[in-house]
Design a protein around this ligand. Structure first.
Ligand SMILES: [Zn+2]
Length: 225
């Protein structure tokens, strides 16, 4: 019955939120690269993923500089937009998409994060298909030379509260390794129930935590992401 309802929801609207905190999305049939789709044609990884360092990958156009400013950024797989906002704090415009995929006979969820976007073209709750444009490559509001910062998280509680979780492989995946290992999948079911509203609060009492909502941000160097 629940699956039937979810299928009905998906058929009625690509953006409807069904059953409270669950959204029906297509189960992932494979992962692609977020630029130069599907194989990152014309782009290269300027910086790689490093645990306890750079928690994602920076993708740049091969022509260098800001030549990739405004280029399209694509969803790496079917999923649901769980975050789409200008977050500041060195991030600029950020979109996070949640994906449901099968591995080892189980349904797993991961988040893909697209940072420093020039424009956001999707809204929270929107269901996306693999290769659907979600934004454009930006500079994080002038902080960086234009590039896409891509992260993949296997812990779907993190959201923008990176400071509240380990900065290692218990939370993050190497995007290029993960994508290359999951280019084609054959889901047993076509529709998956994707949980929403799983993020912990950004503010906390932890040392070094950025300012709580409504308070002035601490004066410190903007971290490079
Ligand atoms: Zn980066």
């Amino acid at each position: 019955m629940r699956i039937l309802l979810l299928i009905l929801c998906l058929a009625l609207s690509p953006r409807i939120v069904c059953a409270g905190d669950v959204v029906a999305a297509l189960a992932v049939d494979g992962f692609d690269f977020p630029v130069g789709k599907p194989d990152a044609e014309g782009y290269y990884r300027a910086r790689g993923y490093r645990p306890n360092g750079h928690l994602g990958e920076d993708w740049n156009g091969k022509s260098g500089g800001n030549t990739d400013l405004g280029d399209p950024v694509w969803a790496i797989a079917h999923g649901v937009v769980v975050f789409a906002q200008n977050f500041g704090h060195g991030w600029g415009n950020v979109v996070i998409v949640r994906h449901a995929f099968e591995e080892g006979g189980r349904v797993k969820f991961i988040d893909s994060l697209y940072g420093h976007l020039d424009r956001i073209l999707v809204r929270e709750g929107q269901v996306l298909k693999r290769g659907q444009q979600l934004g454009t490559i930006g500079t994080g509001g002038g902080l960086y030379a234009a590039h896409l910062h891509l992260e993949i998280r296997k812990d779907i509680r993190v959201g923008m509260a990176q400071h509240r979780f380990p900065h290692d492989d218990t939370v993050y995946l190497s995007p290029v390794d993960f994508i290359n290992a999951h280019r084609q999948l054959k889901p047993a079911v076509s529709v998956a129930a994707v949980p929403m509203n799983t993020y912990v609060a950004f503010d906390s009492t932890a040392e070094g935590t950025p300012a709580v909502k409504g308070a002035a941000a601490p004066k410190k160097a903007v971290p490079r992401r």
